[in-house]
Ligand binder design. Sequence first.
Ligand SMILES: Cc1cc2nc3c(=O)[nH]c(=O)nc-3n(C[C@H](O)[C@H](O)[C@H](O)COP(=O)(O)OP(=O)(O)OC[C@H]3O[C@@H](n4cnc5c(N)ncnc54)[C@H](O)[C@@H]3O)c2cc1C
Length: 386
Amino acid sequence: MDFSFSEEQNLLRETFREFSARELGKEYVRWLDENRDFPPEDLLAKIGDLGFFGITIPEEYGGAGAGMIELCIALEELSAGSGAVALAAALAPAFGGRPIGELGTEEQKQEHLPQIARGEEKWCMALTEPAGGTDILGAISTTAVRKGGEYIVNGSKMFISGAHVADYILLIAITDREAKRSRGLSILLVDAQSPGITINLIRKLGVHACGAAEVHFEDVQVPARNLLGEENMGWYHLLGTLNPERVGVAAIMLGGARTAFADALEYSGQREAFGKPIGQFQIIQHYLADIAIEIENARNLVYKCAWLCDSGGRYDVEATMVKIVACRAVEKAALYGMEIFGGYGFTMEYDMQRHFRDYRQGMFSPISNEMSMNYIAQSFGLPKSY
Ligand SMILES: Cc1cc2nc3c(=O)[nH]c(=O)nc-3n(C[C@H](O)[C@H](O)[C@H](O)COP(=O)(O)OP(=O)(O)OC[C@H]3O[C@@H](n4cnc5c(N)ncnc54)[C@H](O)[C@@H]3O)c2cc1C
């Protein structure tokens, strides 16, 4: 058993760590949080120059042909600077690169993968609907009706990260209304500029620099050749995207937890009470120790899951667990961080309030912690509770 990273992986980490330190300084990240609903193009271009968008895209399509471990390293380091930037950057590889790489026709791969690798296409995934995200099979009502050489799409999607800037939408819609729902969904690659699509940004508590939007489809025409994978098998195809998504989000939360911890540690050495730095008080030390334990746990499971993903084995339960473990790490870092900062944690002058706001998004996206627990419990053979 070997827990070490390769020389190339360590170099990759160093490259992204230096990038974060240089390009995602505290002042700039505060500005992003207050002023942006997506990272500026010049910042995305610099991330592209590091090869980020093509990390997992095969070499023959212009990528590096690396795996989930490398992607997690880059995401962890980017999100140590800004979780919102890491999430925004991850959308195209996650919702364009991976599904097209796994399910696409040669024509679809040629059309999209080189552009994604170069950072020239932005993607989002539209699965959740206004009627619910957890029980998506029960809530989904968006339809794609085949008429000749096209699908006609009608319906609405909710909370779609990056939809307001996307070039393409990975859309999940009903293509067979009569079939059992899990056997009647398909995935379509939709040009986000198509007539009939309207997009409204949603105001939200945190992760401001990666906005989420409502997306409405009214008689949107999608060429039939934009079907991804097999018709009516979309639900099963999607499962291949969901596990890496959970691991990637966990890597992003891991980076966020690290930064909240570092801020809390630094403050505990600076702030004094009773003539001593507060970091000398046992309870503050224990808060910090507790955060460090959770971070170590999350790190171990993130990279174990990434390794399982790259090894091609089954890891759906671990991928669901890691989302929760990483949530706990960042939650503990933000909650104890707020304690350590005392009243200053509650002001907008320090970043702890942002860590505190941002971590909430991971609690229910891409899957809620409650539903994750259901899934894990069922894996022991316990009956479905819902
Ligand atoms: C900022 C943001 C970004 C997002 N980005 C995307 C995106 O890019 N693409 C996309 O498709 N979706 C996205 N989502 C949607 C996200 O995946 C859903 O919010 C999530 O799946 C939960 O769905 P819901 O909000 O409708 O809550 P509901 O499904 O209404 O659930 C409400 C509560 O009930 C609980 N619950 C429901 N069923 C059960 C059960 N059986 N057992 C126990 N508890 C249960 C849930 O855990 C939750 O606590 C995003 C959401 C947000 C807020």
